[in-house]
Design a protein around this ligand. Structure first.
Ligand SMILES: [Zn+2]
Length: 50
């Protein structure tokens, strides 16, 4: 690992709610939308390009 493009970095800082699939900040305790605590971080290893 060396470079950190801003796009990748922002992706790494996103957590997705498993319930409503809304985006939250990584490190958030609860989903801001539904209040669920089932948040999963977005992974860089999965396919980022679309
Ligand atoms: Zn939610």
């Amino acid at each position: 690992m060396g470079k950190f493009p801003m796009a990748d970095e922002s992706l790494l800082r996103i957590a997705v709610c498993r319930k409503c699939k809304s985006r939250n900040k990584l490190g958030a305790e609860k989903c801001r939308k539904c209040g669920s605590r089932f948040l999963r971080p977005k992974r860089k290893e999965s396919r980022v390009k679309k």
